[in-house]
Design a protein around this ligand. Structure first.
Ligand SMILES: Cc1cc2nc3c(=O)[nH]c(=O)nc-3n(C[C@H](O)[C@H](O)[C@H](O)COP(=O)(O)OP(=O)(O)OC[C@H]3O[C@@H](n4cnc5c(N)ncnc54)[C@H](O)[C@@H]3O)c2cc1C
Length: 379
C-alpha cells in the first residue's frame, strides 16, 4: 500500500540530490528565465538514477517504471520542471524502448539512456489530436528505402533539445490500427521545433514541431519493421506508468505547496494576537495535509497493482485524476491563505499553482480520466 523499502532508498537519493543541487533560488531562476535545466540533467547522472527502469543487462537497475515514483515526487518537490523533464525521458526513452523496441534498438539506445547520455521526447499530440489521440494525421509514407514523415505535432516536451523524438504517425486509414511510431533523429533534415511560452512548467521546452518530408529508415520503426501499424498498442502499454508518473509529480508539488503554506502560517498567524484567525487557518492546512496523504496512498496502491501485473486502468486513472486535482486544490488554498503575498513572486505558491494547472491537462485531462473511470464502472 505504501512505498516499498527499495522505493524509499531511491527517495533518499533523489532528496539528497535536490538538497545539494536545487536551492530555491535556482528553481525560481529557471522559472523566471524559462530555460532548460541542462546543468541539473548533467548533475543527475552522478546519482545513477537514470537507469532505474532499464534492465541490468543494459546498465540499469532492472526495476519497474513505477518504482521511480518517489524520485519524481522528490524532484517535483524541489523543482517541478525537473521532475517533468526527467520523467519524460525515463518514460519515453527508457520505458518505450524497453517495452516496445527491437533487440537492435534496445542494444543501441538503452545503455546510453541508462547513463543519461541521450534525451528522448514523445510526439503524439497534434492541433486536432489531443484528447482524441487516435485522430493523428501526421503521416509517414514509404519512400527512398524508408518512410517520409510530414505533418505537425503540438505541445511536445523537450522536442527542441532532445536527441530523438518518438513520433506517432498515420501509416494506414484504420483509426487505431493504422498508427506507427518512428524513432526520429532530431538532426534529420526537415525536422524543426519551436518552443511555446506557457503558464507553468517553464524550462521544459514544450514545442510545436514541424516535419517536412523527414526521412526515417524502416529499421527505426519502434519495434522494427514488423511493428508497422502497431503504434497505438505500443502507446497504450505505457499509459499506466505515465498516469502514475504524473501522479507522483503532483504529489511533489502538493507537498511543496503544503510546506510553503505551513512555513508562512507559523510566521504570520501563530503569534497570540492572531489566534482567532489561526484556528481557521490551521483547519484548512489540516485538510490539505489529509487530502495529500489520501492521494499518496491511492497512487502507491495503484503502483502496487501495476507491479503485480493486475488489470488496474481504473486505479491508475483515479490516481492521475485525484492526485493532480488534489495538488491543484492545495496550491490554490495555500496561495489564498497567504493573501496578497501569495500572488507575488516573493513566494512560491503562484509557481506551484501555475505548474500544477498544467498537470491536470498533460497525459490525459481530468475529464478524460473521468471518462475512463466511468467506463470501468459500466457507465
Ligand atoms: C506542458 C504540457 C506538455 C505536454 N507534453 C506533451 C508531450 O510531450 N507529447 C505529447 O504528445 N503531448 C504533450 N502534451 C499534450 C497533452 O497530452 C494534451 O494537451 C492533452 O492530451 C489534451 O489535449 P488538448 O490540449 O488538445 O485538449 P483537447 O483535447 O482539445 O481538450 C480541450 C478540453 O476539452 C475536454 N475534452 C476533450 N474531449 C473530451 C471528452 N471526450 N469528454 C470530456 N471532455 C473532453 C478536455 O478535457 C479539455 O478540457 C503536453 C501538454 C502540456 C500542457
Amino acid at each position: 500500500m505504501a512505498s516499498t523499502p527499495q522505493q524509499e532508498h531511491l527517495r533518499g537519493l533523489a532528496r539528497d540530490f535536490v538538497k545539494r543541487h536545487i536551492p530555491l533560488s535556482l528553481a525560481r531562476e529557471i522559472d523566471r528565465e524559462d530555460r532548460y535545466p541542462y546543468e541539473l540533467l548533467e548533475a543527475f547522472g552522478a546519482t545513477g538514477l537514470w537507469g532505474v527502469n532499464i534492465p541490468e543487462t543494459y546498465g540499469g537497475m532492472g526495476l519497474f517504471s513505477v518504482d521511480a515514483m518517489p524520485i519524481y515526487e522528490e524532484l517535483s518537490r524541489g523543482m517541478p520542471t525537473l521532475a517533468w523533464v526527467i520523467g519524460n525521458i525515463m518514460l519515453y526513452g527508457n520505458d518505450i524502448i524497453n517495452s516496445n523496441g527491437s533487440q537492435e534498438q534496445k542494444e543501441r539506445f538503452l545503455p546510453l539512456l541508462a547513463q543519461g547520455k541521450l534525451h528522448f521526447s514523445f510526439a503524439l499530440t497534434e492541433p486536432n489530436a489531443g484528447s482524441d489521440a487516435a485522430n493523428v494525421a501526421c503521416k509517414a509514407v514509404p519512400a527512398d528505402g524508408g518512410y517520409r514523415i510530414t505533418g505537425e505535432k503540438m505541445f511536445i516536451t523537450g522536442a527542441g533539445v532532445s536527441d530523438w523524438v518518438v513520433t506517432l504517425t498515420r501509416t494506414a486509414p484504420s483509426r487505431h490500427g493504422g498508427l506507427t511510431s518512428f524513432l526520429v533523429d532530431t538532426r534529420s533534415p526537415g525536422y524543426s521545433a519551436k518552443p511555446l511560452h506557457k503558464l507553468g512548467y517553464h524550462g521544459s521546452n514544450t514545442c510545436a514541431v514541424h516535419y517536412d518530408q523527414v526521412l526515417v529508415p524502416a529499421e527505426l520503426i519502434l519495434g522494427g519493421e514488423s511493428a508497422l501499424n502497431q503504434g497505438w498498442q505500443q502507446m497504450v502499454n505505457l499509459l499506466n506508468s505515465e498516469r502514475l508518473a504524473l501522479s507522483a509529480c503532483a504529489l511533489g508539488i502538493g507537498q511543496a505547496a503544503l510546506e510553503a503554506t505551513i512555513a508562512y502560517a507559523r510566521e504570520h498567524y501563530q503569534p497570540a494576537a492572531q489566534r482567532d484567525q489561526y484556528q481557521a487557518v490551521r483547519h484548512t492546512i489540516v485538510e490539505m495535509a489529509t487530502e495529500l496523504e489520501a492521494a499518496r496512498r491511492l497512487a502507491y496502491h495503484a503502483a502496487d497493482l501495476v507491479r503485480a501485473g493486475a488489470d488496474c486502468l481504473r486505479e491508475t486513472s483515479m490516481s492521475k485524476l485525484y492526485c493532480t486535482e488534489t495538488a491543484k486544490g492545495i496550491a490554490l488554498r495555500g496561495l489564498e491563505l497567504l493573501g496578497a503575498a501569495g500572488g507575488t513572486f516573493e513566494f512560491d505558491l503562484q509557481r506551484y499553482l501555475r505548474d500544477v494547472l498544467v498537470l491536470t491537462i498533460g497525459g490525459g485531462t481530468s475529464q478524460i480520466q473521468k471518462n475512463i473511470i466511468a467506463k470501468t464502472l459500466g457507465l
